[in-house]
Design a protein around this ligand. Sequence first.
Ligand code: ZN
Length: 317
Amino acid sequence: MPMNRIQFQPGMSLSQFLELYGTEEQCEAALQQTRWPDGFRCPRCGEQEHGLVYGRRHRRYQCRSCRHQTTVTAGTIMEATKLPLTKWFQAFYLVGDAKTGISSLSLMRKLGVNYRTAWLLHNKIMQAMSEREKTYVLRGKVQLDDAYLGGERNGGKPGRGSENKVPIIAAVSLDEAGHPIHVKVAKVETFSFAAIADWAQDALARGCEVIADGLACFRAVAEVGCTHQPVIVNGRHPKDLPDFRWINTVISNLKTSFSGTFHSLRFEKYAARYLGAFCYRFNRRFHLEEMTGRILRATCNCNARPERILRGAELAT
Ligand SMILES: [Zn+2]
């Protein structure tokens, strides 16, 4: 099984993590290196000469030319953070290392912060991961399937009619040997032609060969120049068909992750961000040892988001 290569890779041990990012100075240096690989540049005027101002929390960089002050987190999703950088890095490590995801509650306990702080930290990191994922499209041969996630929240109606049950489209691209390359999973409003056409616009490159079951709405992939090869399931469970092997694995991993880790999650509101983070981890499954550094880069490249935007998730995604 090719999955063994993933399961048995060394990754980054806790001691390696602490050696690299154990102190505030190390974290700041790593952040500085990621944001300004060629040295500091004033975000206002581009000047490189600067002085340092020591404040209560984080050091400020003052431009020698225009006197503008900035911090190493300004302009990123970490902007104006009151937390030590070590907590952020510990969160990068824990979020990146958790194969089936980690809950905000678990993050709260592991980091020793309150729940609101853990929730925000977690959601900012997942937002950055999701935004990074959005820049990719699937190419070549793609398996596609529809599914529902969630629906078991306390107090909600059970079953298909539950308001917390979210329709999703999952897709996986395959290489020549039929092994999975990348996944994309997104929430859709409904399984309609228009919704699938919108999804395909964001998720598929032109010319994909899409393999899916006979659900009529999947014909919508033709709208973005892809071909659709319907596989008629004909009474057999799609799991039994080799054509759907990888997409079934992805959907089953997702269901395990969501029911085990995020059982009280408000799917209808936050699904997009959690799905983005799931795909981010899956798509980097061969690079576990680099995960902390990659998540750091994603958070540096993601703009600041106020809490009200993150909580009104539909606006932010
Ligand atoms: Zn300046």
